[in-house]
Design a binder for this molecule. Structure first.
Ligand SMILES: Cc1cc2nc3c(=O)[nH]c(=O)nc-3n(C[C@H](O)[C@H](O)[C@H](O)COP(=O)(O)OP(=O)(O)OC[C@H]3O[C@@H](n4cnc5c(N)ncnc54)[C@H](O)[C@@H]3O)c2cc1C
Length: 468
């Protein structure tokens, strides 16, 4: 079997790349390890918010570039950052031409975003059938087939076929039998390693076993392993994209991916079992999920707030903690005073009383940044915890997508450590490095990486073909 382009992975990255390649006249195929017609992957279960660093993907390059530079603090590869900014609006237009529908939605923080339609119903738990991600996946698969391409389900990529340092195809297992599939170009599009606890342990935190996998279960990092064996540089590990989640989400699927607890985390106080704060809540939920994941016990944090927060902040936005914690069956410890609350929630009583007292005092004095650790208010306002009843939610860290992986350039060519590309090998989507992470845990947007880099990988390959 011989193709011009093979994508490893049938999520948005692989399907966008294969469609664009077929549109440009190439013979394109997608390898997908799963067999179900509507196989579960991150793209199918996505919420569908199309953003770059939470900015609307329709922004022109001149407005998008400073947003990327500021948020990534110079950590993003300049060529990749520019490619994201320059092709963001075009990617949305291309998807619209492919039949994608978008609606504008006001998010919990008041910003307006494009979301794949029809949007999720925003009830407790995962709701994907017939929603934007699922609908668009089916459209892209149908388009690929109508363009003469193939989606090979039940075909698991196990290794790359390398000859004289160049990638010539993929070693697969198909219907239980090993097989070689040859292609002039291979795009690694397997979705990162958010479901692989051994890799999370190696690259992110020793507490991997105590995190909630808030993603599809098949993002096992196969592409990173295969690319490394082919000589690719791996880089950019350390942080991840995730959210603080109700700890009972570990055993109750109605508690992830929604409710979204971040707005309450950002307004209130997070403590460990000793009742002490350990991180700056004001930096947002993504950073907090990384902080929780790095605790000695990532299942020891609790979110503390009062009745005023529960009836205001916790009710904002379509995925709010109030009422979705209740409708998802999650516990909510409640006490008329902090001592009672600490006792019910299993938190050190003296530690909690002292922490909340110091926090309220610092807010009243206008000096929350002098707390240890500091409480910043530039991004999210801090609310006092004064009005009984007081509440505690047991937290854990939910990992939605990984950051870091295969080193690529702005043409999606896979790079060796010395910077030269590996002939015939490309990577795109969540499996790549070079855009995210760092102290501010910059999160580029999983869909933006899938759509934009999927297009660019195909276009690079088509351009290389045309000069041969
Ligand atoms: C609950 C949830 C909500 C999200 N919401 C948003 C959002 O609102 N906005 C946003 O920007 N991002 C969001 N994301 C992230 C976004 O959905 C993903 O980053 C994106 O869909 C990744 O696309 P991908 O094609 O790279 O990977 P995936 O969609 O994960 O697809 C990879 C595919 O590769 C296959 N595969 C893996 N290994 C092999 C192998 N060895 N052989 C063959 N096939 C293989 C897998 O089975 C899978 O089907 C969300 C993610 C989740 C989980």
């Amino acid at each position: 079997m011989e193709f011009d382009v093979i994508a490893i992975g049938g999520g948005f990255t692989g399907l966008v790349a294969a469609n664009r390649a077929a549109q440009l006249g190439l013979r394109a195929g997608v390898l997908e390890q799963q067999t179900d017609e509507r196989y579960i992957c991150n793209s199918r279960i996505t919420t569908g918010v199309c953003h770059i660093l939470f900015a609307n993907m329709k922004l022109p390059e001149a407005e998008m570039m400073p947003i990327i530079e500021a948020a990534t603090e110079g950590r993003a590869r300049p060529d990749l950052a520019r490619a994201m900014a320059a092709n963001s609006r075009r990617a949305i237009d291309w998807l619209s031409d492919e039949g994608a529908r978008f609606v504008e939605m006001v998010m919990g923080d008041g910003t307006r975003s494009l979301i794949l339609a029809p949007p999720r119903r925003f009830k407790a738990g995962l709701d994907w059938e017939g929603r934007g991600g699922d609908v668009m996946m089916r459209k892209l698969e149908a388009s690929l087939i109508s363009r003469g391409g193939q989606v090979m389900r039940g075909t698991r990529a196990e290794g790359l076929i390398m000859e004289d340092g160049a990638c010539r195809g993929v070693e697969v297992v198909r219907s239980g039998a090993p097989q070689h599939i040859y292609a002039k170009a291979v795009i690694v599009a397997d979705g990162g390693f958010s479901a692989n606890r051994e890799m999370i342990c190696r690259h992110i935190t020793p507490g991997a076993d105590r995190l909630l996998i808030r993603s599809a279960p098949n993002a096992m990092g196969d592409g990173i392993r295969m690319a490394e064996a082919a000589g690719a540089e791996l880089t950019g590990f350390g942080e991840f994209y995730g959210h603080p989640v109700h700890r009972e989400g570990l055993s109750n699927d109605k508690l992830w991916p929604f409710p979204m607890i971040d707005p309450v985390v950002q307004a209130a106080v997070v403590v460990g079992a000793d009742g002490r704060r350990f991180a700056d809540e004001g930096l947002g939920g993504i950073i907090m999920s990384n902080d929780i994941a790095r605790l000695d016990d990532p299942q020891s944090a609790s979110l503390i707030f009062d009745d005023a927060i529960w009836n205001t902040v916790a009710k904002q936005g379509p995925t709010s903690a109030n009422p979705l914690i209740h409708s998802g069956g999650g516990s909510l410890a409640q006490g008329d005073d902090l001592t009672t609350l600490a006792e019910i929630a299993g938190i050190d009583e003296a530690g909690l009383v002292q922490t909340i007292g110091a926090y309220n005092q610092a807010l009243a004095a206008g000096t929350p940044e002098r707390l240890d650790p500091p409480r910043s208010t530039r991004l999210f306002a801090a609310h006092p915890i004064l009005q009984p009843p007081f509440y505690a939610v047991p937290l854990c860290s939910g990992i939605t997508g990984t950051m870091g992986g295969i080193s690529i350039d702005a043409a999606c060519r896979v790079l060796k450590a010395e910077g030269s590309p590996i002939t015939g090998l490309y990577a795109a989507g969540t499996t790549i490095a070079g855009l995210e992470g760092g102290p501010s845990v910059a999160y580029m947007g999983g869909l933006a990486k899938a759509f934009i880099l999927g297009l660019l990988a195909a276009e690079t390959i088509a351009a290389a073909e045309s000069v041969q």
